[in-house]
Design a protein around this ligand. Structure first.
Ligand SMILES: Nc1ncnc2c1ncn2[C@@H]1O[C@H](COP(=O)(O)OP(=O)(O)OP(=O)(O)O)[C@@H](O)[C@H]1O
Ligand SMILES: [Mg+2]
Length: 302
């Protein structure tokens, strides 16, 4: 069957020397950002409050400069076209955003109406809207909620409705800003599962901002922002090796990772990115290797 969500390989976002301040006289909240994203990847962005994460997303989805003005320098290109020159009609099929506050974003009573809203506004034919609703619900595993009132749903369910409502517009790039900040661990897991499944099964390009670093370990790439700049950018495993640097800007590494780094420091055990455990399963494997080697003691401090 034709896969509505699948996008070809190539560069989808290019950001060149991007700086932004909300108004004259205020400090720059983005300072010389340069980035390029490949289609089909999942990129995580983390960083402390006020780092400029949401502002960066606003520059990519066109909220800046189309709604929020300010002093913008540099360029943001989506599929080679300048965001500042694209109308919202042109932007909508390229980039969809799930904002942090889904209650604010929600406009309808029922799940089905909410998911139909975007394509209706884009003037999509009714039979195709029907198809998109079905597929968006399936992709986020909420088909059973189709006729429910949104007000009766759990936080994790509401977040997945918000994602489905953006998916129904078939964006090539999905931006998510703190999609689980209000959720308990089960809701958080449901939402991250849905995000990674969209990438795996449909090749969707995803940019997700979150402070829950343990859920970003499976991203293809992790970007750490602080004070309007990118301070680290690489595979999560490489980024989490920089625990001290992350700590100085107020970003934690996953708990199991922190535990193993402390153990390695205490004993002198050599760590490398390949060995660094990011999940409980990896930590379990790491620890059994660690204790197997314990008896040789070459790496232990005397
Ligand atoms: N509309 C606005 N007008 C003026 N300043 C703003 C506006 N929105 C954000 N800022 C400021 O810009 C800076 C970056 O904000 P931004 O929301 O992009 O950070 P963030 O990394 O998303 O933070 P958080 O983790 O709290 O969501 C902050 O100092 C913030 O106070
Ligand atoms: Mg934010």
């Amino acid at each position: 069957m034709h896969d509505l969500f699948r996008a070809p390989v190539g560069e989808i976002v290019r950001v060149e020397n991007l700086s932004f301040r909300y108004s004259q006289g205020l400090p720059e909240v983005l300072r010389g950002i340069a980035l390029s994203f490949e289609k089909g990847s999942v990129v995580g962005i983390t960083g402390p409050a006020g780092a400029g994460k949401s502002t960066l997303l606003s520059c990519i989805n066109g909220v800046i400069p189309h709604y929020t003005r300010g002093e913008l320098k540099g360029v943001v290109l989506l599929k080679g076209q300048e965001v500042s020159r694209l109308t919202f009609g042109k932007l909508a099929p390229i980039v969809g955003t799930v904002f942090q506050d889904v209650d604010f974003q929600t406009v309808s009573i029922t799940v089905e109406e909410e998911i139909a809203f975007g394509p209706e506004n884009l003037g999509v034919e009714p039979h195709e809207i029907e198809d998109r609703i079905t597929r968006s619900l399936e992709s986020t595993r909420i088909s059973s909620l189709r006729n429910r009132a949104i007000s009766t749903l759990s936080g994790g369910q509401k977040q997945r409705v918000a994602i489905a409502a953006v998916l129904s517009m078939l964006p090539e790039l999905l931006l998510l800003d703190e999609p689980t900040s209000e959720l308990d661990p089960i809701g958080t897991r449901e939402v991250f599962d849905a995000i990674f499944r969209l990438n795996r099964e449909h090749g969707m390009t995803i940019l997700v901002v979150s402070q829950k670093v343990e859920h970003l370990v499976d991203c293809d790439r992790l970007i750490v922002m602080s004070e309007g700049s990118i301070v680290l950018d690489g595979k999560p495993r490489d980024v989490f090796m920089h625990q001290d640097k992350l700590a100085t800007i107020g970003v934690a590494v996953p708990e199991v990772t922190a535990f193993v780094i402390a153990l390695a420091r205490e004993t002198g055990y050599p760590l490398s990115p390949e060995r660094l455990p990011l999940t409980v399963d990896e930590a379990e494997a790491f620890l059994s290797a660690f204790f197997r080697e314990w008896k040789h003691m070459q790496w232990r401090r005397s």
